[in-house]
Design a protein around this ligand. Structure first.
Ligand code: ADP
Ligand code: MG
Length: 248
């Protein structure tokens, strides 16, 4: 079942920058799709268009099955937590904004924190948490609303490699357990191959989906997969494809 259809979408900003030019793509329910491209190619703009945070200049975006723009979770590169509020209060914020009663939103927030491996840290403040833990809180905040679609904009790019690998594995586990659909933006070939079923390679100026690559490796994918020849071969293919797109 299709969850989202993007048809001929472009986005020109008021300053004349054509950030996204004529993008068409479908996202199926339950998929894990990566958007891979260099910095400045329009990945964040595409994600914001999909989220309904900005309007396309041309083209249309269809959300199937009655999905609302609010039916999604958005995870940014920065955890963007409120420093004065506990982890629980941070995760409960979107529910509070939706008018969910206090006891229910705190219950759901605690559940979301447990899902990302932060059970027991409800009362901790952001300053008491490591970078990886703050990102987990941010992930929990996106999950708390029970989204059908998760849009993730280079969420792990600022983390050290070891933490990033842990979060990659835990995200896959979460994806498999919940069945949520994920569109994951990254500029890392290695990350896109490890995580996704399908990689959309984006070109620059204007940003277009210039190539698509299926990563036909089974899940669960673990650290053994990360060091396997199979993984290496997919990385090489993705890297070559990206190189071709950038040289074109
Ligand atoms: P990426 O996320 O791939 O790094 P962005 O989508 O952030 O790329 O940006 C794509 C292009 O659009 C860049 O050239 C950027 O400077 C420009 N851009 C992004 N947002 C705006 C905006 N609000 N106004 C004008 N230009 C913008
Ligand atoms: Mg970006």
């Amino acid at each position: 079942m299709r969850l989202l259809g993007v048809h001929g979408v472009s986005k020109a900003f008021a300053n004349g920058v054509l950030a996204v030019g004529d993008v068409s793509l479908d996202i199926l329910a339950g998929e894990f799709v990566s958007v891979l491209g260099p910095s400045g190619c329009g990945k964040s703009t595409l994600l914001r268009l999909i989220a309904g945070l900005i309007e396309p200049t041309t083209g249309i975006i269809e959300r199937d099955g009655g999905g609302q723009p609010g039916d999604l979770g958005f995870v940014f590169q920065e955890p963007t937590l409120m420093p004065w509020a506990s982890a629980l209060a941070n995760v409960a914020l979107p529910l509070k904004l939706k008018g969910v009663a206090r006891s229910e939103r705190e219950g759901r927030a605690a559940e979301a924190l447990a899902k990302v491996g932060l059970g027991g840290f409800e009362r901790s403040y952001p300053r008491e948490l490591s970078g990886g833990m703050k990102m987990r809180v941010s992930l929990a905040r996106a999950l708390a609303v029970g989204p059908r679609l998760m849009l993730m904009d280079e969420p792990f790019a600022a983390l050290d490699e070891i933490t990033r690998h842990r979060l990659n594995s835990d995200l896959l586990e979460l994806w498999q357990r919940t069945g949520v659909t994920i569109v994951f933006v990254t500029h890392s070939v290695f990350e896109s191959v490890f995580l996704s079923q399908r990689i959309l390679v984006m070109s620059s100026r204007p940003g277009r989906i210039a190539a698509e690559l299926a990563v036909e490796a089974p899940y669960p994918r673990d650290e053994l997969f990360r060091t396997s020849p199979e993984y290496g071969a997919f990385c090489r293919t993705a890297s070559t494809r990206l190189g071709e797109v950038l040289a074109a």
